[in-house]
Write a protein that binds this ligand. Structure first.
Ligand code: PLP
Length: 376
């Protein structure tokens, strides 16, 4: 049975060209980018070229990009780096109730360390209200961290409005763009973003690599101490082949940007149409206007998410009940709780399908047909 992979928000397969770049670089670029001999210098050159591609993808300068081990580290660096650098200026942080755990658990640790965190609520569409943010801002707020787009329901936050609002406030503006990057065109200058997290494995690049954009002039306390890599911001020998492959994935995304978005929209539409044609009852969780094109979270009455996911798995369909990091746990999704409240049916009957590069319309139609057979 050929499997139908509909869990691209959890991770994506590496694109063929990215695998080729990665393996070529593994063979060719083994040098340490900090070494001064020629082998080291060629690794440095590759690293610098890749960094330029990453930087230009968000309108940043290459000196503003710090390579990390992925989205989790980028989020942790933004949050702990800011708070421990600025704790003498204030101890208040604002974030949202629907952040990825890389942000939420970091904020919970900050609370244990004596910081005060405001968790902004969201409406049924999974969107914050900028007025709530405005009203929560204080003189001692040092960081606002609002995700660009949510990984479970795909809701896209009003990042431009938040950036505009914070121009006149000293708080740094961090956004976790791990899910948005590649699906939304991002310009950190126009959006007034100070810190932005990205992960390679969500855009058909290798796992274990990502970056944090850190606006020039912003000082973060490093998480790692050791060598002088990454302009002393992130000690540790750089994984040059992975960075070069990541940059390749970025270039591929950029060259197919519009096509891939309309491809995902088409897949979503075909999938929903087929579910409807087959008589499956469902409601879409989250905004239908401000939503990532590749993420679809649906509530299917009378199903139980855990049983349903097993049935999908047995039928050859890979989907998820939300964040991969909480999959397998019986705790309801914190995102759906924030949107719908405790003890609501959506917490027990919602499934996330997320589309990607290699999915075809036939696959999503087949998946919808299989789903109807499970349910009806
Ligand atoms: N932030 C968001 C919104 C995510 O979806 C993820 C991954 O699921 C992460 C952060 C963590 O990124 P990584 O897996 O690269 O550590």
């Amino acid at each position: 049975m050929t499997r139908i992979y509909l869990d691209h928000a959890a991770t994506t397969p590496m694109a063929e060209e990215v695998i080729k770049t990665f393996t070529d670089e593994l063979n060719q670029v083994f040098g340490n980018a900090s070494s001064i001999h020629q082998t080291g210098r060629s690794a440095r050159k590759k690293l610098d070229e890749a960094r330029t591609i990453l930087a230009s993808s968000i309108g940043a300068h290459e000196t503003e990009i710090t390579i990390t081990s992925g989205g989790t580290e980028a989020d942790n660096y933004a949050i702990f780096g800011t708070t421990y650098a600025r704790m003498n200026e204030g101890k208040h942080i604002i974030t949202t109730q629907i952040e990825h755990h890389a942000v939420l658990h970091a904020c919970e640790q900050l609370e244990r360390d004596g910081f005060e965190v405001t968790y902004l609520p969201v409406n049924k569409d999974g969107l914050i209200n900028v007025d709530d943010l405005k009203n929560s801002l204080r003189e001692d707020t040092i960081l606002v961290s609002v995700m660009y787009a949510n990984n479970e329901v795909g809701s896209i936050q009003p990042i431009q409005e938040i950036g505009d609002l914070l121009v006149d406030h000293p708080a740094y503006f961090h956004t976790d763009a791990v899910q948005a990057y590649g699906s939304i065109s991002i310009d950190v200058q126009a959006l007034h973003i100070d810190l932005l997290s990205v992960s390679s494995h969500k855009i058909n690049g290798p796992k274990g690599i990502g970056f944090l954009f850190q606006r020039k002039g912003i000082f973060l306390k490093p998480l790692f101490y050791g060598g002088q890599q990454e302009r002393k911001k992130r000690a540790g020998t750089e994984n040059v082949p992975a960075v070069v492959a990541f940059a390749k994935a970025v270039e591929l995304k950029q060259s197919s940007f519009k096509d891939s978005i309309s491809h995902y929209q088409q897949l979503k539409k075909a999938f929903l149409n087929e579910l409807g044609n087959k008589g499956v009852q469902f409601t879409i969780n989250g905004s239908t206007d401000y939503v990532l094109p590749h993420v679809l979270n649906v509530s299917i009455p009378k199903t139980d998410v855990e049983t349903f996911l097993v049935q999908l798995d047995l039928a050859g369909i890979d989907a998820s009940s939300g964040s991969a990091c909480t999959a397998g746990s019986i705790d309801p999704s914190h995102v759906l709780v924030a949107m719908f409240g405790e003890n609501t049916p959506e917490l027990r009957n919602s499934v996330r399908f997320s589309f990607g590069l290699n999915n075809t319309e036939q696959q999503v139609i087949d998946a919808a047909t299989k789903i109807s057979k499970i349910i009806l």
